[in-house]
Write a protein that binds this ligand. Structure first.
Ligand SMILES: [Zn+2]
Length: 562
C-alpha cells in the first residue's frame, strides 16, 4: 500500500514550488540529491552500474549515466561525488531483535575490569546518566581478574550508587552482584532462604553479601520490574543508531509484546524512528486475539509495521534442545524437545492467514522443521507464496523438506553467522549424514526457495558485513577452515547481497518499497569505503560503511559522532 497524492495536492505543491523556488522552470523535476561517480549494485536487475543515482522526495528517480543524472540537477540539488565508491541498497536484517539489542547496549560492560573498584566506577558513571530509581544492569565481571580473588560484597557498590537498584551478572551468567537498593526491592534480607541449586552468599555476620549464585538469581529474577515504555524507547534509539552505523536500514523485532509496540509507536509518532522496523508479535493468546481482530498495521511511509507473528516449535542445537527426527549423534536417546504443538501452530497459521498476518516459526532441528511445515501447510491449505510464511533458522532440514519449503512458497529465514558460530560442534551433534541438510543455503536456492538473511542479533553481532562474509566464505574471521565449512553451501556475493536486501524485503512484504536500487523505490542505500563486492573475501568485514541513507536522508556518516 502506498500513499498517493491527489492531483489537487500535486497542483498545490507545484504552485508552491513556483512561488518559492528561484528557478522558474523544471524546479519540480530536479533531484534533491545526486550521487555521482559511483559503482552501484542495484540487486534488481543484477549486475553493476557505473554512473550516478538521483533521489527526489526520498525516492530513487534515476540510475544511469552521469549525463542522465546531470539533466536532473537543479540549483537546490545536493551533489555527493563518490569518487568511485560502491553503493548497495540499504541492508535488511530479516530476523533480529532490535529491542533486545538496545537492552544489551544499555548494559554496563564489565568485561576486562581489573579491580572491583573499576566495576564500581563504571556503574557509578552509568547511573549518573540515568534517572534515579532506574535499574542499572551490567555484565561481564570476573573476580579471577582482580587482585582479590574472592567474591565481592555489595557495600562499596551500595555506597557509590545509593539511588539506583543495580544488577551485575558475572561473565558466565551464573552469579550476580546486587546493591542494597536492589536487595530491598527484591526482598533479599537476613531471613531469605537458599533455594535448591542456588545460594545467597552471606558474610561472617550472616547477612547477605549481595552475591546471588545460580538458582538464587532465578528465584528473585521474577521480581525484577519489566522495563518501562520510556526505557524501551531509550534502548531502541541506541539500537537503531548502532544498526545504521553498520549499514542496516530495515530491521525486525521477532516476538514483541504490547509495551514494546507502545515504545515503537511513540518513537514513530515523534519522528524518532530513524530506520524501518517490522514487528512480529509474540505467541501470546490475548495479544494475538487483539491483533487478529484489529488487522495488520501498515505504515504508508514503511517505517513501522506489524503484520507478523513469531511462533516457536523447538529449542537450540547448542543446548541439544532442537528437535531431531533421530537422536543426537553425541547424545543417544535424546531427540530434543518440542516447545509447542503442531495443532497450535496450525491454528495460529489459519487465523493469521485469514486476517492478513504472516507467520514465522522458529524451527532449528529437522523434526522441528517437519512439524512446523506440516502445521503451516495445514494453516495455509496448500502452496501460498503471497502469504510470506517463514521458517526461522531452519538449521537442519531433511532434504525432502527443503523441496517442500520451496513448493509451499515458505521463506527460509536463515542467519549465516549461526553457521560459522556452530561449525566447531555442529558435526558432533548431527553426524556426517545429517550435515547434508545443515545450514543448507544453496540447497534452498537450488530447490527454488527464497532465502531471507539476517543475524538474530543480539544473539550474534548485528553487523551485516559479518553475515555477508560468513555467507560467501563459511569461514571464521581468521579464514578457517580453509575453503570453508561444507563449502558446497557457500553463496555468491550477489546471492548473499540479495538475501540481505531484496529477498529480506520480500520476507517482510517490503519489496515494493526497498531492497533494490530501482527507480521508484525508497532511497535506502549504503555508500561503502571499500567495495564489498570486489575486495578479497576476508576483507569484507572491514569494508567501511561511509554513509547510510534512509529515504534519501543521511542517517549515518562515518566519522561524524552522534
Ligand atoms: Zn531470534
Amino acid at each position: 500500500m502506498t500513499l498517493r497524492l491527489t492531483p489537487f495536492l500535486w497542483c498545490g505543491l507545484s504552485l508552491m514550488a513556483l512561488l518559492t523556488n528561484p528557478i522558474p522552470s523544471h524546479g519540480e523535476d530536479s533531484a534533491d540529491l545526486i550521487l555521482r561517480h559511483g559503482v552501484f549494485y542495484p540487486v534488481q536487475p543484477p549486475g553493476r552500474v557505473e554512473g550516478s543515482l538521483a533521489v527526489r522526495e526520498g525516492r530513487i528517480v534515476y540510475l544511469g549515466t552521469e549525463a542522465g543524472a546531470d539533466a536532473l540537477r537543479g540549483a537546490q540539488t545536493r551533489v555527493i561525488d563518490l569518487a568511485g565508491r560502491a553503493v548497495t541498497p540499504g541492508l535488511i536484517d530479516a530476523h533480529s531483535h532490535l529491542l533486545g539489542l538496545g537492552q544489551s547496549l544499555t548494559q554496563v560492560d564489565l568485561v576486562g575490569t581489573k579491580t572491583f573498584e573499576e566495576v564500581v566506577r563504571r556503574v557509578r558513571e552509568a547511573a549518573a546518566k540515568m534517572p534515579a530509581g532506574t535499574w542499572v544492569n551490567g555484565r561481564g565481571w570476573d573476580q579471577n581478574d582482580w587482585p582479590e580473588k574472592g567474591f565481592p560484597t555489595h557495600q562499596a557498590l551500595s555506597a557509590a550508587v545509593p539511588d539506583h537498584p543495580v544488577w551485575l551478572e558475572r561473565v558466565d551468567g551464573h552469579a550476580a552482584l546486587v546493591n542494597a537498593r536492589a536487595m530491598a526491592i527484591l526482598g533479599i534480607d537476613d531471613a531469605i532462604k537458599d533455594p535448591a541449586g542456588g545460594r545467597f552468599l552471606r558474610g561472617a555476620d550472616g547477612r547477605p553479601t549481595g552475591v546471588l549464585v545460580d538458582n538464587a538469581m532465578g528465584v528473585v529474577a521474577g521480581r525484577l520490574p519489566a522495563p518501562s515504555v520510556e526505557e524501551r524507547q531509550r534502548a531502541l534509539r541506541l539500537a537503531a543508531a548502532h544498526c545504521l552505523e553498520r549499514g542496516l536500514t530495515t530491521v525486525t523485532d521477532m516476538g514483541v509484546g504490547d509495551l514494546d509496540y507502545q515504545a515503537y509507536t511513540a518513537l514513530r509518532r515523534a519522528g524518532e524512528l530513524p530506520l524501518r522496523a517490522a514487528l512480529f508479535l509474540g505467541d501470546d493468546e490475548a495479544l494475538l486475539a487483539h491483533w487478529f481482530r484489529r488487522g495488520p498495521e501498515i505504515d504508508p511511509k514503511a517505517r513501522l509495521q506489524v503484520r507478523g507473528v513469531k511462533l516457536y516449535i523447538d529449542g537450540a542445537l547448542g543446548s541439544r534442545g532442537a528437535a531431531l527426527v533421530e537422536p543426537y549423534s553425541d547424545d543417544p536417546g535424546n531427540i530434543g524437545l518440542l516447545v509447542s504443538t503442531g495443532d497450535h501452530l496450525a491454528e495460529v497459521s489459519r487465523q493469521a492467514g485469514r486476517t492478513g498476518f504472516q507467520v514465522a516459526v522458529h524451527a532449528i532441528g529437522d523434526r522441528g522443521g517437519v512439524v512446523a511445515l506440516d502445521a503451516m501447510e495445514r494453516g495455509l491449505g496448500g502452496p501460498a507464496p503471497q502469504a510470506r510464511f517463514r521458517l526461522e533458522h531452519a538449521q537442519v532440514l531433511r532434504l525432502a523438506d527443503v523441496e517442500r519449503l520451496a513448493r509451499l512458497g515458505i521463506i527460509a529465514s536463515m542467519q549465516p553467522t549461526h553457521a560459522t558460530s556452530d561449525m566447531p560442534w555442529a558435526g558432533d551433534r548431527l553426524g556426517e549424514r545429517r550435515l547434508a541438510g545443515a545450514y543448507a543455503w544453496r540447497k534452498v536456492l537450488a530447490a527454488g526457495g527464497r532465502l531471507a538473511l539476517g543475524s538474530d542479533f543480539p544473539v550474534e553481532s548485528a553487523d551485516p558485513r559479518l553475515g555477508l562474509y560468513a555467507a560467501v566464505s563459511r569461514q571464521d574471521l581468521a579464514g578457517n577452515p580453509a575453503g570453508g565449512w561444507l563449502p558446497g553451501e557457500r553463496l555468491t556475493r550477489e546471492e548473499a547481497l540479495r538475501g540481505f536486501t531484496l529477498d529480506a524485503a520480500w520476507s517482510l512484504f517490503l519489496e515494493g518499497e526497498v531492497g533494490s536500487l530501482e527507480v521508484g523505490k525508497r532511497a535506502d542505500l549504503v555508500v561503502w569505503g571499500r567495495d564489498p563486492m570486489s575486495v578479497p573475501e576476508i576483507e569484507i568485514p572491514a569494508a567501511e560503511i561511509d554513509l547510510t541513507l534512509v529515504d534519501g536522508q543521511v542517517a549515518h556518516e562515518r566519522g561524524k559522532g552522534r
